[in-house]
Design a binder for this molecule. Structure first.
Ligand SMILES: Cc1cc2nc3c(=O)[nH]c(=O)nc-3n(C[C@H](O)[C@H](O)[C@H](O)COP(=O)(O)O)c2cc1C
Length: 346
């Protein structure tokens, strides 16, 4: 028996994995006779969002970034109107392949935080599912080969269709609960990523001299975090590190500045960290704790990074500096593989 008259899928996607799941899920639900719409949250201009009709099923799909949903998705869920619909929460994570086994990524608190917020708004959560799509985090590791990507896509398409079938028959499904212990243990890292890590990552991107100023990265950025400064793309702090710019650049000009970040971290530790911390004397027990020291260090490091990233951006116009940046970026080398694209155009 069909319980829902319509399914509304809200998604965010950097390189197309979450969009693919939305598409596969929607195709199957439509086939089952439930009209399904897919809405890109990065394209929504009008807030507040309209309250969904009562017997619609609402589905949220987004990648996991730093063991949580990306801030753009969190903010969308925070702003979602109150209601009493059934909701399914889904994420796409970093899948890898060992023989025929797709290794699972880590959801962290992505689904639990959203569960809490949406329950407080009056909704009923009827499912929580994770999809281990090919990892797109090319700043961290070389890309997966095409055969692996295709294999994982086929498996995850079948999984998305299975869930579409299940939810259109008014069933519930919470397989992610098997991972709850590791997801809770990893919570401190997800908080660290949200408050500090993501800002550091936003300053690891630059465009090498292959950039011909086509502006595609600026146009395609889902959160409008890239601007043109001194005739070159410049990444602002609100960048979500979603990898779309890197994956879509037709000149393969966008790199992750591994060498730069390493040098900045080293310089910060050797030259600045100790000196500045000693300037702020500890006057309360809290200030003597390692938490205070961490917070202070993180804030100072981000400020230092902002300054040095700006200087680095200026220096990129000199070929000797540009070459230094390029040769110290893993993403520049062939062994790092092709840029990851789940879809040609998103
Ligand atoms: C900045 C960043 C952080 C990530 N963090 C995680 C993570 O914490 N856990 C995980 O399983 N995958 C992580 N990934 C991998 C992506 O979530 C995964 O590849 C996802 O399927 C990408 O979806 P998209 O193509 O829709 O953006 C991360 C990727 C990026 C770029």
């Amino acid at each position: 028996m069909q319980k829902y008259s319509k399914i509304q899928i809200y998604y965010f996607s950097g390189t197309g994995n979450a969009y693919n799941i939305a598409k596969w899920f929607a195709a199957k639900s439509n086939e089952k006779g439930i009209s399904t719409t897919i809405i890109n949250i990065a394209g929504i201009k009008e807030f507040p969002i309209e309250k969904p009709s009562d017997n619609n099923l609402i589905v949220f799909i987004s990648p996991v970034h730093g063991f949580n949903y990306p801030p753009v998705m969190i903010s969308f869920i925070n702003q979602f109107p109150k209601g009493n619909n059934d909701i399914v929460l889904m994420n796409t994570r970093a899948g890898m392949l060992i023989n025929k086994y797709i290794t699972p990524g880590l959801s962290g608190i992505s689904l639990y935080y959203s569960l809490l917020i949406l329950k407080l708004k009056g909704y009923k959560i009827v499912g929580m599912n994770a999809f281990d799509m090919p990892s797109n985090w090319l700043s961290l590791h070389p890309s997966l080969n095409e055969k692996t990507v295709l294999y994982i896509h086929l498996k995850m398409k079948a999984k998305a269709e299975k869930y579409a079938d299940l939810y259109s028959n008014a069933k519930t499904s919470f397989p992610v609960f098997y991972e709850i212990v590791q997801d809770i243990l990893i919570m401190p890292v997800s908080l660290g990523y949200y408050f500090i890590g993501r800002f550091i990552l936003s300053k690891t991107f630059y465009a090498n001299s292959n950039c011909d100023n086509c502006d595609l990265c600026i146009i395609k950025c889902p959160v409008k975090a890239i601007i043109k400064l001194e005739n070159r793309p410049f990444w602002k702090l609100k960048c979500e590190s979603c990898m779309r710019c890197m994956s879509q650049c037709p000149k393969r000009a966008i790199e992750t500045a591994h060498g730069f970040i390493f040098l900045i971290a080293l310089a910060f530790n050797l030259l600045i960290n100790r000196t500045i911390i000693s300037i702020f004397p500890s006057t309360t027990p809290f200030m003597e704790s390692f938490v205070y020291e961490w917070i202070l260090q993180a804030i100072l490091f981000i400020l230092f990074l902002l300054l040095t990233y700006r200087i680095s951006h200026y220096l990129l116009k000199f070929i000797w500096y540009e070459r230094f940046m390029v040769y110290t970026s893993f993403t520049f080398y062939k062994f790092w593989g092709k840029r990851y694209k789940a879809l040609k155009n998103i």
